[in-house]
Design a protein around this ligand. Structure first.
Ligand SMILES: [Fe+2]
Ligand SMILES: [Fe+2]
Length: 317
């Protein structure tokens, strides 16, 4: 899959990481570091691309032209995020074709949250507010991660995610200040998206098999549980502002810890979706397979054009 790079002494490599020196594509790096990054960045890229599907479902049904234009821009941003990230992964020696092939064959993972359905317009608000909100918390630290191309891609992505989060919150605000039916719709969306959003930070620290090494390599700067806590602490006051209730009876401010305590996550549900049995796993994969097949002529035409007009193709790339 990846081309083996220049081998390095693991101690010297660790010293560079500890000194805060960024690792660049042509630098020597341990194979395991390269493989971990390829896995993480490609999973991240796939999540951006598959993540377009639940929201794409509402583009034609957005309640106004303004909402449609905003949602279209947001979904388009996610495509861009996928492309930056595929490019960042390619710098590690894996090809884009290989990554796409793994996704379509069901071998590669993507964020399990995108295997839930979007049943009402309020889901678009909840996704922006909670799913993009969780993504920001996970991704801001990656702007400072040790691998240069990944860190730099994340800077722009995070700026756009902030817009996504705000647009979702604004939809929720409009609905919760609307009619009783609209407020109930917002509450229902919060009920369905809250727990999956907490799962987005990954398994509990005690069960997270890659965490320790990734933290040592500064691919990961905070643990899953720390990121999840941050998300809860940030989001509870926002839900209060909306006048909505978070569906967790155990949620309570803990003055000693200076954080909110919260209830148990259903990890069986999480594992079940990761293993491909979520409500929309089949549908999402099928949509990607069809899109890839239907877009074959575009790729062929672009390749033929690039061959005929190499300079022109480069200019317009
Ligand atoms: Fe994104
Ligand atoms: Fe986003």
């Amino acid at each position: 899959m990846a081309t083996a790079g220049i081998q390095t002494n693991p101690d010297e490599f660790q010293e560079r990481i500890d000194a805060g020196i960024k690792i660049e594509p042509k630098d020597a790096m341990p194979d395991a570091y390269r493989k971990t990054l390829i896995r993480q960045i490609s999973q991240h890229a796939h999540s951006e691309i598959v993540g377009q599907l639940p929201e794409g479902n509402w583009i034609t049904r957005a309640p106004s032209l303004k909402r449609k234009a905003i949602l279209l821009a947001k979904v388009q941003d996610e495509a861009g995020h996928g492309l930056y990230l595929y490019s960042a992964a390619e710098t590690l020696g894996v090809t884009r074709e290989q990554m796409i092939e793994d996704l379509l064959a069901g071998k590669a993972k993507y964020s399990s949250i995108f295997n839930y359905p979007t049943l009402t317009w309020a889901d678009i608000g909840a996704i922006g507010w909670l799913v993009d909100g969780s993504a920001i918390i996970n991704q801001i630290p990656i702007c400072r991660c040790s691998y240069g191309p990944y860190a730099r891609a994340m800077v722009r992505i995070c700026k756009e995610e902030t817009f996504h989060q705000r647009q979702g919150f604004e939809i929720m605000l409009t609905l919760s200040r609307g009619t009783a039916e609209q407020k109930a719709m917002a509450q229902d969306a919060l009920n369905r998206w809250w727990w999956p959003s907490l799962m987005m930070h990954g398994p509990s620290d005690k069960d997270s098999k890659h965490s320790a090494q990734s933290m040592k390599w500064k691919i990961k700067l905070f643990s899953n549980d720390e990121l999840r806590q941050k998300f809860v602490d940030q989001t509870v006051p926002q839900a209060e502002f909306l006048g909505l209730t978070i569906p967790d009876k155990e949620l309570k401010w803990n003055p000693e810890r200076g954080h909110y305590d919260f209830g148990q996550i259903d990890w069986d549900e999480f594992q079940n979706i990761v293993q491909g049995n979520g409500p929309c796993n089949q549908e999402r994969l099928q949509a990607r397979i069809s899109a890839h097949r239907d877009g074959a002529w575009v790729r062929e035409a672009a390749a033929a054009y690039a061959q005929k007009h190499p300079r022109g193709a480069r200019r317009s790339a």
